[in-house]
Design a protein around this ligand. Structure first.
Ligand SMILES: [Mg+2]
Length: 113
């Protein structure tokens, strides 16, 4: 499973802050999911933010390029983008990703089945 995270309005360190904690992403990674970042922020800025929170991402992309992730990463059984706006939903759909709002997403342990 490949999981993509928006930052602003989605992550606790976003601007504005969102509902998802650094620990949430850390647990998703520990469970073996391929995780990455898809935001409107410049790539370097995204990378800096994740590094500041000591999270290693498997990919970092601009949100409107999310479809490239699907082409560049090894095939997965499920693709999920987590964000906070209809723009997130739009680009997720365009890229063939499922979409969840950050405040609706279930705990990473529940994705295992
Ligand atoms: Mg956002």
């Amino acid at each position: 499973m490949i999981v993509s995270f928006d930052i602003d309005g989605t992550m606790e360190f976003g601007d504005p802050p969102g509902p998802l904690t650094v620990d949430f992403v850390r647990r998703a990674r520990a469970l073996g999911y391929t995780i990455g970042s898809a935001s409107d922020r410049p790539i370097r800025n995204q990378r800096d933010l994740w590094e500041q929170h000591e999270l290693e991402m498997d990919f970092i992309t601009l949100k409107h390029n999310l479809k490239d992730v699907r082409e560049q990463m090894p095939p997965a059984d499920r693709y999920l983008h987590i964000g906070d706006t209809e723009v997130d939903r739009h680009f997720a759909k365009l890229a063939g990703f499922d979409f969840s709002f950050g405040h609706e997403v279930t705990d990473p342990e529940s994705w295992l089945d």
